[in-house]
Design a binder for this molecule. Structure first.
Ligand SMILES: Cc1cc2nc3c(=O)[nH]c(=O)nc-3n(C[C@H](O)[C@H](O)[C@H](O)COP(=O)(O)OP(=O)(O)OC[C@H]3O[C@@H](n4cnc5c(N)ncnc54)[C@H](O)[C@@H]3O)c2cc1C
Length: 378
């Protein structure tokens, strides 16, 4: 479904805007099955890797329809930016998640329920289908992710941390913020006391009756977490002198030519590949391959513009002197830099610098700032 190139991503974007954006808000909650994915954009694997960015998606959407006609779609695109900012202000949510995951993993490695869940062998057919789809297509519809997570937590009674790991291992759009916070939200610990309970009628309706005869726990109480997270004050200011330095680009910004820094002079660009050696969550082979192809596609585009560039393994960063880096955001790449005490001057995207200050509260508060964000950047 997803070819690893910017050219393909742009095709997909243009095609969606021209043909399907018009019905997005009406149809977006339906999962018609893996063969019929045109009612949402399926752009997340590309946006996550910076192959295309939020600005160009919103810009194209607004060229087609007015803001009010596009409101739902734009809100969804910026949910991602919001989750990112929310986690940036509370990075311990991610580090605590990895610590908890580590503990739980050894406890559950031989657990029968867990093994039948990840092998798609439960007695819930729709769930088994989604496991298969996740592994084969490396993508699930948003509503399906919600049902999946809810069934995992409340019917199969498995820890959300393991489900979030399973998603990260396979999703082409796997992202520390959207994924961890999405699972926390379903469990009822992101908005304390409010959980998402999947129900049979809802699944039947929004899958067009593709699934029948399954029983879910529709009365479970929300999960409870004793941890609460205060905002950690952060500084997202860009350094003054970064030109003529070497530039590191991580897997979240793989289209240098559309970044805010495209007109700056860098000595050389290093595209940083992070395979499984340095990851806490080991990715599936297909996902590692997808990331490698996206990095190679960026390398080719830079070479076509005669920009000096090279792909390096994240372990080699230590050998690169005088460098700065496009900010990798909270997640595995930043963890590597921090745990190896590698101090790098980060360059932040203007969109993030503006948006993240509004991520201190809930999304409903953030939503009020969307027109302001759009006015500034689109
Ligand atoms: C438990 C759970 C885990 C998730 N894990 C991830 C993840 O690892 N990575 C990821 O990118 N998204 C994640 N999401 C959010 C969402 O499911 C996907 O972004 C969406 O399904 C992508 O499909 P699309 O591109 O067709 O979306 P569209 O409906 O076409 O939306 C356009 C874009 O808006 C953004 N977006 C849409 N919905 C959301 C949302 N709820 N949260 C954040 N951004 C959104 C995405 O970038 C998406 O490409 C998760 C949601 C849940 C409930």
């Amino acid at each position: 479904m997803f070819e690893a190139s910017r050219a393909k991503a742009l095709n997909q974007l243009n095609n969606f805007i021209d043909n399907n954006l018009v019905e997005y808000s009406k149809l977006r909650n339906f999962d018609f099955g893996p063969e019929k994915r045109s009612n949402t954009s399926c752009l997340s694997p590309y946006i996550t890797h910076g192959i295309i960015n939020e600005q160009e998606v919103i810009y194209k959407a607004l060229n087609k329809f007015s803001f009010s006609k596009n409101e739902k779609f734009i809100q969804e695109v910026l949910w991602r930016t919001y989750w990112k900012g929310w986690l940036e202000l509370r990075p311990n949510v991610w580090t605590d998640y990895l610590t908890e995951l580590n503990q739980i993993k050894s406890e559950f490695q031989n657990n029968k329920n867990y093994l039948s869940a990840i092998n798609g062998k439960t007695n819930i057919d729709c769930f088994n289908e989604w496991v298969k789809e996740l592994k084969e297509n490396n993508y699930l519809h948003n509503h399906t992710r919600m049902w999946f997570a809810s069934i995992w937590i409340f019917t199969l009674e498995l820890p959300w941390q393991l489900g979030a790991e399973f998603f990260m291992q396979h999703l082409y759009d796997g992202d520390a913020a959207s994924n961890t916070l999405g699972w926390r939200w379903v469990a009822g610990i992101q908005t304390q006391g409010k959980h998402y309970l999947a129900s049979e009628w809802n699944i039947r309706k929004f899958t067009n009756n593709r699934f029948q005869n399954f029983k879910l726990n529709e009365n479970a109480p929300p999960k409870v977490s004793e941890k609460s997270y205060q905002i950690v004050k952060q500084n997202f200011t860009n350094p003054q002198n970064f030109e003529e330095k070497n530039l590191l680009i991580f897997e979240n910004n793989l289209s240098f030519e559309i970044t805010d820094f495209k007109d700056k002079n860098f000595k050389k660009i290093y595209l940083v590949s992070n395979k499984n050696d340095y990851r806490s969550i080991k990715l599936s082979e297909k996902l590692v391959k997808f990331k490698s192809l996206l990095i190679e596609d960026q390398e080719q585009r830079l070479k076509d513009q005669s920009i000096d560039c090279q792909i390096i393994n994240i372990g080699e960063i230590k050998n690169i002197e005088n460098c700065c880096g496009l900010y990798p955001t909270v997640g595995e790449n930043l963890d590597f830099l921090n745990s190896n005490n590698l101090k790098i001057d980060f360059l932040y995207r203007n969109l993030d610098q503006l948006s993240w200050q509004y991520c201190n509260k809930g999304f409903f508060n953030f939503k009020n700032y969307i027109p302001k964000i759009i006015q500034k950047f689109i």
